[in-house]
Design a protein around this ligand. Structure first.
Ligand code: NAP
Length: 458
């Protein structure tokens, strides 16, 4: 039982004759990915010495999507973590790793301790396609598959079988591009990346020869950005193919917004100059998966229905065909994980909120607020906006116990909290274990992360 009265109370309103102590705001941010650290940065800048910010994470390592979502061969994007590190090392910010909200500490407990609890928990779970065969062997969602090659402890043991020749990737967004590119690259093309060793070995032994990317609508509806799409045209042993018949007349591109127009120009290029390389990456547009076909509990084919899209409505045509598939990865978007006691919008897969506010003292930001869209940078204004909102709600703070209260709770429950300094020791151990030319070899299970921290402390 948590006894708040037993904790030191900063900024107490009692004792009118005493000199008034300066108030302190106590902020808990749950999630240490881009949304979490941009929010911490905004809070630290807004209140300076008048705030204490605790950034919680269920993993002992920070940076969320930067570590386990961004593709391992996109190291320049990961460079943004230097900015988060600067925030993490500020005097008024601390990292509280290895603590799971909803398990080791409840939302209500954090609300009692902090003036504002801001959920920056992202969208770590897969949306399900919900068609027959979705739970067959070698059918994975992108959260799991990306987590596997990025060494997320929850997915490190996924062990996808890459020894078949045909892969089907569902969806035409940037995650589909990441997955197709990673599956197509040679081991040499991973030089300088931080792809984890188990994935590199499995990919090197893989036998993939054809990757079919299924888009239920057409080339004008792709969510792929030009830089990422362009990379498919420069792979050593793989080449993209687009069926010219799927492309609308060129003059139809004129009204497209500039980014999409560039992506469509790349698709036109893939259609006109088909390169022949050992691995084919086929774009199959107007194609909706209807059923995964199995043999012995494992996927062998995808049954696909041709669709018709008139610019507004997606219609089924009844024309079916099958594509061989030894492995399927669905890249159709993500969901936030529900937390006991927090209102959740099941259909949208995120917390119920009004411009970031869930209820008194409880907020959300980033993908947990608006769903899984936008770039990493989109989280920056999101973080600043939520702090503006918190500022107008909490004023100077209300004398809550804050981090001292949490520390008492953690001691009472014997929580093994990992600090940012501890993380820096884990980081050093990962850098020391890296193969030649790689920035790190990630620890892929929590026990080894904790062990690396202990070793450094001893
Ligand atoms: P996304 O961009 O929303 O794309 C999801 C794709 O799945 C869409 O093509 C969508 O088609 C399709 N889809 C959804 N439901 C489907 C269904 N039932 N059947 C068939 N197809 C279905 O999502 P994402 O690729 O997961 O990316 C998430 C966010 O992360 C995006 O903002 C993305 O740009 C970002 N990201 C960026 C990078 C980068 O910049 N390098 C890398 C990875 C991710 P419809 O359009 O028809 O719904």
């Amino acid at each position: 039982m948590l006894l708040l009265a037993a904790f030191p109370v900063s900024g107490s309103r009692c004792g009118a004759s005493r000199r008034r102590e300066p108030f302190m705001r106590h902020i808990a941010i749950v999630g240490s990915g881009p949304a979490g650290y941009y929010t911490a940065e905004a809070a630290a800048k807004t209140w300076g010495d008048g705030v204490r910010i605790d950034v919680f994470d269920r993993l002992p390592v920070p940076f969320g999507l930067i570590r386990t979502g961004v593709a391992p061969d996109h190291q320049s994007i990961k460079g943004v973590s230097a900015r988060y590190q600067k925030t993490a090392l500020a005097d008024n910010v601390r990292f509280v790793g290895n603590v799971t909200l909803g398990e080791q500490v409840s939302v209500e407990e954090l609300r009692a301790l902090y003036d504002a609890v801001i959920l920056a928990t992202g969208a770590p779970a897969d949306r399900s396609l919900g068609i027959e065969g979705s739970d067959l062997g070698n059918v994975f969602g992108s959260a799991a598959f990306v987590g596997w090659y990025n060494g997320h402890p929850a997915f490190a043991r996924l062990d996808p079988d890459l020894t078949g020749s045909h892969v089907v990737v569902v969806g035409v967004g940037n995650v589909a591009l990441d997955v197709a590119r990673i599956l197509a690259k040679t081991p040499e093309e991973f030089a300088g990346s931080d792809i984890v060793d188990h994935a590199l070995r499995s990919l090197a032994a893989g036998k993939v020869r054809r990757i079919t990317i299924l888009g239920r609508r057409g080339p004008h509806q792709v969510q792929m950005t030009p830089k990422e799409l362009g990379e498919l045209g420069h792979l050593d042993r793989a080449a993209p193919h687009v069926d010219p018949a799927d492309l609308p007349p060129p003059e139809a591109d004129e009204g497209l917004e500039p980014g999409l127009r560039k992506s469509v120009a790349l698709l036109r290029q893939f259609a006109s100059e088909a390169q022949e390389k050992p691995i084919a990456i086929d774009f199959d547009f107007f194609a909706s998966p209807r059923r995964f076909v199995e043999s012995g509990g494992r996927v062998t084919h995808v049954e696909v229905e041709e669709t018709a899209f008139d610019g507004t409505r997606l219609a089924a045509t009844g024309r079916m065909y099958t594509i061989p598939a030894d492995l399927v990865v669905t890249c159709i978007g993500y969901r936030t994980t529900a937390i006991p006691g927090v209102p959740f919008d099941e259909a949208a897969g995120r917390f119920v909120n009004e411009d970031g506010r869930i209820g008194p003292g409880l907020y959300c930001v980033g993908w947990a607020k608006r769903g899984p869209t936008g770039t990493i940078g989109t989280n920056r204004p999101d973080g600043y906006n939520v702090i503006e909102r918190v500022e107008s709600d909490i004023g100077e703070g209300s004398g809550k116990a804050g981090r001292a209260g949490f520390d008492a709770l953690a001691a009472e429950r014997d929580l093994d909290v990992v600090t940012f300094r501890d993380w820096q020791e884990i980081e050093k151990a990962e850098a020391a274990a890296a193969r030649a030319g790689a920035p790190r070899e990630k620890f892929v299970d929590i026990e080894r992360m904790i062990a690396a921290r202990r070793k450094a402390r001893d």
